[in-house]
Design a protein around this ligand. Structure first.
Ligand SMILES: [Zn+2]
Length: 322
C-alpha cells in the first residue's frame, strides 16, 4: 500500500495528515506553530506532526511515497524553505522544509507550495466544481491567493505568485502592512490588521460603540460579533468590504476565474458578513465576466488537504495525474 502525506504550516498551527492512495485519511498530527527562537524550531514542529500522523496511521515514515507541504510565505523554492515569514517574529529567518521532510520520509517526492497554492490544488482536486480557471483566496492572519489559469497552477519566481494581499489598494498608504510596506490590502482586511484598522477608524469617527475599542486585546472576532446591531461596527465592516471588493476585482481582472473559493479564518467565521458585500460590489467594479464567489468546501482543512492532493497528483491537483 502506498501512503501520502499532506502538511499545513500556518502562522498559528501546524498539522499533517497521512492518506492511502485513494486519498482517504488514516492518520493526523497537530501542534501550535512555535514562535521561535529560530526557524529550526518550526522545522522540528513540522517533523513532529508528520511523525505523529504516521504513528496515528500505524506506519513508519519511510513507507510514505510522496508529501505535499502548504506553507506560509514567502518561499525560496530552490532552498525548499520559508524565508523571513511576514507573520512570524523577526528572529525566524529561514524555515527549512523540503530537505528535512525528504530525509524523514526517505523520498525525493516532496512538493512545496505556498499555502494558498495548496488551497487551489485542494479545491481543484476535491471540489464538485473545479474548472481550469479558478482562484482560492484566503482571508486569515494574512491575505493571499492560489491561482489556476488554463489548467496550470501559477507558481511564479520562487513560488510567490498570488501574493495578492500585498497589492497596493490604498495609494495614500495610510496603514503599514506586516511586510513593512504601506497601503497593502492585507494591512486593512486581514485578521491581524482588522483591530488596528478599527481603532484608526474610531479615532477619526469616535461614536459610541459596543466594540471594546480601547482593549489592547481587541480582536477581529470582537468587531464581527458587534455587527450588525452596532452602527460603528457596521461602518467598519463596510470599509472592510470596500477594500476586499477592490482586491477581488483586481483578481478577476488579472486572472479571469470562473469561480473564487474563499477560505481563511476571517471568511470561515463570518461567511455572510465577508462574502455577500463583495458579491454586491462586483457589478459596479468589474468590466469582464463576474465569477461565482463561494466559501471553500474544505473548511479549515483546505491547506492540509490541498497539500495531500499535491502529494497524490505530483504537485498539480489534476486527477488525471494520479
Ligand atoms: Zn504587504
Amino acid at each position: 500500500m502506498a501512503y501520502y502525506v499532506g502538511v499545513d504550516l500556518g502562522a498559528t498551527n501546524v498539522r499533517a495528515v497521512v492518506a492511502s492512495e485513494d486519498g482517504s485519511t488514516c492518520g493526523r498530527g497537530d501542534d501550535t506553530t512555535p514562535s521561535g527562537p529560530t526557524g529550526i524550531a518550526v522545522t522540528e514542529a513540522v517533523l513532529g506532526v508528520v511523525r505523529e500522523a504516521c504513528t496515528d496511521a500505524n506506519i513508519t515514515p519511510d513507507s510514505v511515497s510522496a508529501a505535499g507541504i502548504g506553507a506560509i510565505g514567502p518561499l525560496d523554492l530552490a532552498a525548499g524553505a520559508v524565508e523571513n515569514p511576514a507573520n512570524l517574529p523577526d528572529t525566524i529567518d529561514q524555515i527549512p522544509l523540503t530537505g528535512p521532510v525528504s530525509v524523514l520520509l526517505d523520498t525525493e517526492q516532496i512538493f512545496l507550495h505556498n499555502d494558498t497554492n495548496a488551497g487551489v490544488i485542494g479545491e481543484r482536486f476535491f471540489a464538485d466544481r473545479n474548472p481550469d480557471d479558478m482562484v482560492y483566496l484566503t482571508i486569515s492572519s494574512g491575505i493571499g491567493a492560489g491561482v489556476c489559469v488554463d489548467g496550470s497552477v501559477l507558481t511564479g519566481w520562487d513560488g510567490n505568485a498570488g501574493e495578492i494581499g500585498h497589492m497596493t489598494v490604498d495609494p495614500q498608504g495610510r496603514l503599514t502592512c506586516g511586510c513593512g510596506h504601506d497601503g497593502h490590502w492585507e494591512a486593512y482586511c486581514s485578521g491581524n490588521s482588522i483591530p488596528q484598522y478599527a481603532k484608526r477608524l474610531h479615532a477619526r469617527n469616535p461614536i459610541e460603540t459596543a466594540i471594546p475599542i480601547d482593549d489592547p486585546a481587541l480582536s477581529a472576532a470582537d468587531v464581527f460579533a458587534c455587527a450588525p446591531d452596532d452602527e460603528f461596527a457596521a461602518y467598519v465592516l463596510d470599509q472592510l468590504a470596500h477594500w476586499n471588493a477592490m482586491g477581488v476585482a483586481n483578481i478577476v481582472h488579472a486572472y479571469a476565474p470562473l469561480v473564487i473559493y474563499v477560505g481563511g479564518a476571517v471568511a470561515l467565521n463570518n461567511p455572510d458578513a465577508v462574502l455577500q458585500p463583495i458579491r454586491e460590489r462586483m457589478d459596479e467594479m468589474v468590466m469582464s465576466n463576474i465569477p461565482e464567489i463561494k466559501l471553500t468546501t474544505l473548511g479549515d482543512e483546505v491547506v492540509v488537504r490541498g497539500a495531500l492532493a499535491s502529494a497524490l497528483t505530483a504537485g498539480t491537483g489534476d486527477r488525471s495525474q494520479m
